[in-house]
Ligand binder design. Structure first.
Ligand code: HEM
Length: 604
C-alpha cells in the first residue's frame, strides 16, 4: 500500500495496522474503521499490530516545509483545509517509519535465520542409520534433494554439508570463524590432545606450528635439498621393478613404499639406515595405516556422548593403543638423536643432511616454550605424525588413481608417453628439472584430482560462533563438510563431468584451477587458512615419482583384464576398492639406465 491509500484518509477513528514482513521488509499502513485497537493477529505468518489513533483530536499546526514535498500528501488536499489531517498523517507516517526502522534493526539483531533444510532421522541416532558407507556419495545424493546446503543430525551432533561454489566463497569470507577443527575423540588421542597442525584448534599454537612447518619443511631450499632423497628412492624402486619385468605388481603398494620411504627419510632419515632403518620404517607405516583408519571411521561416541564411556566400537581403546606405540617409537628416535647431538657426532648428523627432526629439535631445545617458535616434545611428535599421516597415503593414493585413469584411457597414456619422449627422451633418466615442461602429465594429475579428490570432504571444519551462510544459520560447534567431490563432478560447473579429459586443464582458463584453494569449484587440497600445509612437497613427490615410473616402463593390466575397476572405497582418503595390479615392461633405450652405478647419496 502506498500514497494513494494514504491520501484518501479522512479524520475519523483510525487504527493503523503495521505489517512487518520478515523477509520482504515492507511496511503497509491500511486504514480500518472497524477493528478494535490493541488487537494482535497473525495472518499468513505476518505479525499485525493494531495501534489506535484518534485523528480528530489533533490540533491544527503549521506544517514543516518538507511535508509539502511528501509524495504521500497532495498539495490540493492541503490547500482545501485538509492540512491538519495531512500533517498528522505525515507525522504518523514518519513516526511509523522511524519505529519500523528501529524495529527492523532490533529484529535483525534478534532474528536468526533458520537452520538449513535436511532429512528427518530417527530419535537419538538421527540420520546415522541411513548414511551408508560411501559418505561422499550419500552427501552428493542428499544435495540433489535438499540443495547445496543442508543439515543432518547424527546423534546429538549437527552436521552441515556445503556443495556449491557460491557457498564455499561465503565460507571463505568467514574464514576465521571456519578455521577450527572438530574436537573428536580419535584425533584428540592420536595427537596427544591436538598437539599438531591438522587437528589443533585455531589459535596461537596452531599458527606457530604451521609457520614452523611451512618455513622449515616446505621452503624451496629445503625441498630442493631433499631431491636427493626422492631420487634415491625412485631409482631404487625402478631398479626393483626392472628386475620384476613381466611380473604382476600391486602398483599402489609400490608407490606407497616409495613415498613413505621418501617422507620418512626427509623427517629423520639421516640416521636410519640398513635393516634396522627398514624395520623402523615398516613399524611407522603400520601406525600410519592404523591412524588413517581410526581418523576416517565415524565414532558413535562422538555423536552420542552419553554412550562414550561404553566405547562401543572400541575406537578410544584402539586410538590409545596406536598412540602409545607411536609415542614409544617417536620418543626413542628423539632420544637417540638427542644423544647424538650431545656427543657432537657430526658424521651422523651432517649439516647438509639436516632433516626435519634436527630442525625441530633446534626449536625444541630453546627450553622457553613461550618463545615465538619454541615447540614442546608433544608438538614435535605431532608435526612428525602429521607429515607421515598427511603426506604418505594421500600422495601415493593420488599416484595410483592417476595411473588407473591413464590405464583406462590409452589415448591419454599415449600423450603422456609422447610428451616424456619429447621432453626427456628414452636415452635419459627423468630428472626433476624436466617436470615444469610435462604439461600434459600435470593436466592428467589435475583431472584425476577433479574426479577422485583424495579427501573428498576435506577435513571437517567447526565454526567458533553462529554464522549465516546462504541465508541459513550454521550454529557454533557444528561439523561442517565441504563436499569437494560433489562440486568437482557438478554438470553445471564442468562439461561432461564424468569423463576423464586432461585437456580441460590445458586451456587458457585452466590457470585459475590451482592447488591453493583459490577457485571455489576446484580445491583438492582444501581452501582458506587451513588449506593443506604440504602442497609444495606433495606436488614434487607426486609428479616426479609418477613421471619416473611412466617414463621407465610401459604398463599393462594383469590377469588379462581389459578394463580398470574404478570403484572407490571411502575413508578419510578415498582409495580404489580393488588394488591396481599391473605388469611392467622396460621402455628406456639402454638397460644401464635402470642401474645407477651407485645409489644417490644424501650428501652427493
Ligand atoms: C596428494 C597429496 C595431498 C592431498 C590431496 C592433501 C589434502 C589435504 C586436505 C584436503 C587438507 C584439509 C584442508 C582443509 O581443511 O581445507 C589437508 C590438510 C593438511 N595436510 Fe595435506 N594433502 C596432501 C599431502 C600432504 C603432505 C605431503 C603433507 C605434509 C608432508 C600434508 C600435510 C597436511 C597438513 C599438516 C594439513 C593440516 C593443515 C591445517 O589444518 O592447518 N599434506 N591436506
Amino acid at each position: 500500500m502506498g500514497g494513494d491509500a494514504l491520501k484518501n484518509m479522512r479524520p475519523c477513528n483510525y487504527q493503523v495496522p503495521i505489517t512487518f514482513f520478515n523477509h520482504k521488509q515492507q511496511i503497509s499502513i491500511p486504514h480500518s474503521n472497524s477493528i478494535n485497537g490493541k488487537e494482535k493477529s497473525h495472518i499468513n505468518g505476518h505479525s499485525h499490530l493494531f495501534l489506535p489513533f484518534h485523528l480528530h483530536c489533533i490540533p491544527a499546526s503549521p506544517l514543516p516545509k518538507i511535508l509539502y514535498s511528501s509524495p504521500w500528501l497532495r498539495m490540493e488536499d492541503l490547500q482545501q483545509g485538509k492540512l491538519v489531517v495531512g500533517a498528522f498523517v505525515a507525522i504518523v507516517a514518519a513516526s511509523i517509519m522511524a519505529f519500523w526502522l528501529m524495529k527492523k534493526g532490533n529484529n535483525k539483531r534478534r532474528q536468526t535465520a533458520p537452520l538449513p533444510p535436511g532429512p528427518r532421522g530417527l530419535p537419538i541416532v538421527g540420520y546415522l542409520p541411513f548414511l551408508g558407507t560411501h559418505l561422499h556419495k550419500s552427501f552428493t545424493e542428499l544435495a540433489r534433494v535438499y540443495g547445496p546446503i543442508y543439515k543432518l543430525w547424527l546423534g546429538h551432533r549437527i552436521y552441515i554439508v556445503i556443495s556449491s561454489p557460491s557457498l564455499v566463497k561465503q565460507v571463505r569470507d568467514h574464514d576465521v570463524t571456519f578455521a577450527d577443527r572438530d574436537p573428536l575423540i580419535a584425533p584428540k588421542i592420536l595427537t596427544a590432545g591436538g598437539n599438531d597442525i591438522a587437528f589443533s584448534s585455531y589459535g596461537t599454537e596452531w599458527r606457530k606450528l604451521r609457520k614452523v612447518f611451512v618455513r622449515e619443511l616446505m621452503s624451496s631450499a629445503r625441498l630442493n635439498a631433499s631431491y636427493v632423497l626422492r631420487k634415491r628412492y625412485a631409482e631404487k624402486a625402478i631398479k626393483d621393478v626392472y628386475q620384476k619385468t613381466g611380473k604382476a605388481l600391486d602398483f599402489g603398494q609400490l608407490t606407497f613404499m616409495i613415498i613413505s620411504n621418501t617422507v620418512l627419510s626427509m623427517l629423520w632419515g639421516s640416521t636410519t639406515h640398513g635393516e634396522e632403518g627398514e624395520k623402523l620404517f615398516s613399524q611407522i607405516r603400520e601406525i600410519a595405516g592404523e591412524s588413517m583408519v581410526l581418523l576416517g571411521m565415524p565414532n558413535i561416541s562422538d555423536m552420542i556422548p552419553a554412550l562414550a564411556r561404553f566405547d562401543l566400537q572400541g575406537m578410544e581403546r584402539k586410538s590409545q593403543e596406536t598412540f602409545r606405540r607411536s609415542d614409544r617409537i617417536l620418543s626413542s628416535i628423539i632420544e637417540e638423536r638427542r644423544k647424538l647431538r650431545e656427543s657432537g657426532d657430526s658424521n651422523s648428523v651432517g649439516k647438509e643432511a639436516k632433516d626435519l627432526l634436527q630442525v625441530l629439535l633446534d626449536l625444541n631445545n630453546h627450553g622457553d616454550y613461550a618463545a615465538e617458535s619454541s615447540i614442546t616434545d608433544n608438538q614435535l611428535k605431532g608435526i612428525l605424525m602429521d607429515s607421515i599421516i598427511g603426506g604418505t597415503d594421500t600422495t601415493s593414493t593420488t599416484i595410483e588413481w592417476t595411473m588407473a585413469e591413464l590405464m583406462q584411457h590409452p589415448d591419454a597414456m599415449h600423450k603422456v608417453h609422447k610428451e616424456l619422449d619429447e621432453v626427456v627422451g628414452r636415452g635419459n633418466v627423468l630428472e626433476e628439472f624436466h617436470l615444469p615442461r610435462l604439461h600434459y602429465l600435470e593436466a592428467a594429475i589435475k583431472e584425476t584430482f577433479r574426479l577422485h579428490p583424495t579427501l573428498p570432504l576435506l577435513v571437517p571444519r567447526c565454526p567458533t560462533e553462529d554464522c549465516q551462510i546462504g541465508g541459513y544459520t550454521i550454529p557454533k560447534g557444528a561439523t561442517v563438510f565441504i563436499n569437494a567431490y560433489a562440486m568437482h563432478r557438478d554438470p553445471q560447473l564442468w562439461d561432461s563431468p564424468l569423463e576423464f579429459r586432461p585437456e580441460r586443464f590445458l586451456d587458457v582458463n585452466a590457470a585459475k584451477f590451482d592447488y591453493l584453494g583459490n577457485s571455489s569449484q576446484y580445491f583438492p587440497f582444501g581452501t582458506g587458512r587451513r588449506v593443506c600445509a604440504g602442497i609444495p612437497m606433495a606436488e614434487k613427490m607426486l609428479n616426479y615419482i609418477l613421471a619416473s615410473l611412466l617414463h621407465s616402463f610401459e604398463w599393462k593390466l594383469a590377469h588379462g583384464s581389459t578394463e580398470v575397476d574404478l570403484t572407490d572405497k571411502f575413508g578419510i582418503v578415498v582409495k580404489l576398492e580393488k588394488p591396481l595390479v599391473l605388469i611392467p615392461t622396460p621402455r628406456l633405450a639402454n638397460p644401464e639406465l635402470y642401474y645407477s652405478k651407485k645409489p644417490t647419496e644424501i650428501n652427493s
